[in-house]
Design a protein around this ligand. Structure first.
Ligand SMILES: [Zn+2]
Ligand SMILES: [Zn+2]
Ligand SMILES: [Zn+2]
Length: 92
């Protein structure tokens, strides 16, 4: 490995995201976030997903016109109070 500037401190790099760590054990622990069952995490709400396409689909909820989705049936709503009103159908 090539030595650059302050590479002494964090020369062990995650092979997935290139984050640097000071010892190989730390890299190993960190890399579990990439190699675990759900390596893909949403940058907005930190939900985790097993597939990149699942994450992509999920992230539409943060960018679309209807950001509020019902956790029970995945219906979408543009306003939180619409979702709240809808949730009553699941309440019984
Ligand atoms: Zn990483
Ligand atoms: Zn999210
Ligand atoms: Zn619903």
């Amino acid at each position: 490995p090539r030595e650059t500037g302050n590479s002494k401190e964090k020369r062990f790099l995650c092979m997935f995201c290139n984050k640097g760590f000071s010892c190989p054990q730390k890299v190993e622990i960190h890399q579990r976030v990439h190699t675990g069952e759900k390596p893909f995490s949403c940058t907005q709400c930190h939900k985790r997903f097993a597939q990149a396409c699942d994450l992509k689909r999920h992230q539409r909820v943060h960018t679309g016109e209807k950001p509020y989705s019902c956790p029970q049936c995945d219906k979408r709503f543009s306003h939180q109070h619409h979702l709240k009103r809808h949730m009553k159908v699941h309440a019984r």
